[in-house]
Design a protein around this ligand. Sequence first.
Ligand code: ATP
Ligand code: MG
Length: 382
Amino acid sequence: MKVKRFSSFRFKMVRYMLLSILATFITEGIIFLGVYLYETENIAGEYSKIWGASGQSSMPLGMLSFSQSTALDFFVILLFSVFLFIMYFVLISHNFVMYVREIISGIERMKNGDLQVEIPVRGEDEFSEIAASVNEMRRDLYDTLESQRTAERTKDELITNVAHDLRTPLTSILGYLDLLTQGDFLTEEQRQKYLGIVSGKARQLETLIRDLFDYTRYDRDKVKIKKEILDLNLFMPQIVDEFYPSLMENQLTCRTEFYEGALNIEGNGELLARAIGNLMSNAIKYGSEGKIIEVKTGRMDKKAYVAVINYGKVIPAENLDKIFDKFYRVESSRSLKTGGTGLGLAIAKNIVNLHGGEIWAASDESGTRFQIELPEVRPRKS
Ligand code: ATP
Ligand code: MG
């Protein structure tokens, strides 16, 4: 907000003073005129009593000459003028003073922790500017405190979830280890089976700890990552190949449709492979009923995209935004033996954010599509 020169505080004071002086003059003028008329009347009466008989009916000019005023009269008039000036000044500046008090009381309330107050912004002087700035400061403070509270809540949630997810496999590892150490009656076959379970659970723990580590590592806005120019069309076939055994295991066919031509983006290959890999493993995990998975690349509005599409169970519309939150799993997936912890998409989202891109999902009867969009760049001339 810019203060206009003629509505600044200084001009306002000058205006109030001029108005008070004018009001003082007008008041004094009216009073003096009244006194003058009254005295003229009286003296003229006396005059006609004395001179009326001799035929002179009007009072000669100069009878009420200024010379009659004494120094005391001046002093009294001056005092009266000062009094009138102060009175008018107080009256005229009343609204302004009330406004300043309103600002002060608003600041006092904020000081005492009330961050809901909004000081009205009136006029265009420095005080209105102070009010607007204080309001802005209050809003920023409120937002900061709110986000701190949310961060605190999220941290608590994260700790609860992590504790739960770590405890579940750990409890079963301890249970089987007890059986293995105390159970002399176990057959070799049972022993091998239990060892297999323990090893599987330990691996699950390892994956969870790695995911958690990755999630927090990439969750910082300013984390510096090493980037290079990558051609998505050269990069994608390698990722798809890595999933070949998993696709075979789930009797899935992968159809690819890659953009004809270079699709250059600037990014960290390892991280992007992790993000796209998470989409691939989800498509395999949740789309095994569909028999087919599609992987596409393309360009759109100076952006390069990678889409992973699977068929089968539809993700309900109300869950589409939430699935990118950490630890969020669609209710039906919880009951499935898919064994995830709900970190895969959160990690993918953090990685895509670090690349200045976007990730979204759409799901209906025609398929479930996850798409990563990254800014396209021109390859550097070497
Ligand atoms: P994690 O990836 O950590 O092992 P997860 O797969 O459960 O566990 P996310 O990858 O974050 O976690 O996915 C979150 C949820 O979104 C999943 O639990 C599932 O309900 C749903 N989801 C993700 N991808 C798909 C998909 N391709 N088709 C259907 N549902 C999906
Ligand atoms: Mg997943």
